[in-house]
Design a protein around this ligand. Sequence first.
Ligand code: NAD
Ligand code: UGA
Length: 440
Amino acid sequence: MDIAIIGSGYVGLVTGVCLAHIGHNVICVDNNEEKIKVLKAGGIPIYEPGLGELLEKYRKSGRITFSSSIAESSKKASVIFIAVGTPSKKNGDADLTYIENVTREIARNMDSYKLLVEKSTVPAQTGNRIERTVKLNLPNKFKNGNKITLEFDVASNPEFLREGSAIKDFMNPDRIVIGVESKRAERLLREIYKPLKAKMLVTNVATAEIIKHASNSFLATKISFINAVSQICERVGADVEQVAEGMGYDKRIGRAFLNAGVGYGGSCFPKDVDAFVRLAEKSGYDFKLLKSVREVNEEQKQSFIRLVEDKLWILKDKTIAVWGLAFKSNTDDMRSAASVTIIEALQNEGACIQAYDPQAVPNAKKMLKGIKFCSDPYAAAKGADCLLLLTEWEEFKAADWARVRDAMRQAVIFDGRNFLDMKALGDLGFEYYGIGRGHV
Ligand code: NAD
Ligand code: UGA
């Protein structure tokens, strides 16, 4: 099938490459000319494991092409996925400006049937708004003096991939959700995804939109729940890791997304929780549970900052090593990373930060000022009064900890992800603090 993807970011590019991989012809579109230039030249504007190889393969074979023109690409495709950003407004609403702009442009260039698919995460009712926008912007076409009515459908096909494992998630989804209002749209989407042989749930558009918000919000709730439990564990001498394990063996609960830490970040959970709270508010429901999820998440970062402040005593002119800046491992994404809040708070107290991240430094440089960025973890640890582990990159586990200890001025570690072996570090002479698992 000929498919256009509007928006070539973390989701758009992965969707494009994976759809090419399962046999479709894909045009990836973005209004960021620089991005398109990089992609056409064989480059890749983001870090996502496995994406570069597939992109190269299908770019070479011609199955995936790139364009900065919605007009040109939407004419070639019968199915158009919209994967532009839907950031938060100040009041928490999803900002749907990009969605409206793209919809208008698609409509104005329509010359035959099109299926517009919401891939971006959008609040319920967006499907109706897209439909209305298309109708308002369709060109007037006449044949023998009679106005031709151009047909189109709007569908919702939310994306559940995670950054860092995006290709794997897309190719092996737990489910594919298709929100449609016509048989034609359902048939097209079923056809597109057939090679994935995945569980498919067909609903109406509003239901699919809510499934996405409810899923992200539920996962955020799980994280805040275990983070709240971690606070109690810390106070009563319990170990939150074992609590999560013990809970997780219950199939009704599951172990996934019960990792206590410095709170969830990223471009999705914070914004999608906000948007769901706002959607609820507008529909007349006060979603108190989700508001608490958000509060617990903020409090978790503050509690970590307080712990560091308490154990370091005076922060002014102390050197703090930070390992990991990205909002999670295996990505270069810094959007709403907990590291930003934590680092800025410690800088405000006069601490000097030496940071290392395997992939996120270029993005971090745009967001954090006054930091010494280091090219390896040992350089970041050199002369430090403590080390904060903020992202669970696998390479940190394999560090030469005796070397780290000897490089530091004080061997103190704050493990914001409960990622390291507390006992082994204690044996090596480190003072170790985790989240809800005590210290050695
Ligand atoms: P992103 O910022 O990485 O990519 C969005 C792209 O859209 C950018 O490259 C931007 O230049 C482009 N764009 C904006 N306006 C445009 C226009 N008028 N024409 C063409 N291109 C335009 O964002 P993302 O992380 O890929 O997220 C996109 C959507 O997918 C969001 O709604 C997000 O909530 C949702 N989502 C993201 C993830 C994820 O892991 N990142 C997962 C599931 C769903
Ligand atoms: C999340 C969802 O997992 C995806 O299903 C969804 O498609 C995506 O949002 C989206 O809508 O954009 P992502 O943000 O890429 O994916 O990453 P996650 O692995 O979910 O992690 C989100 C945040 O929660 C990270 O900061 C991570 O460190 C944190 N987290 C995750 C925890 O603190 N504890 C956990 O147990 C799990």
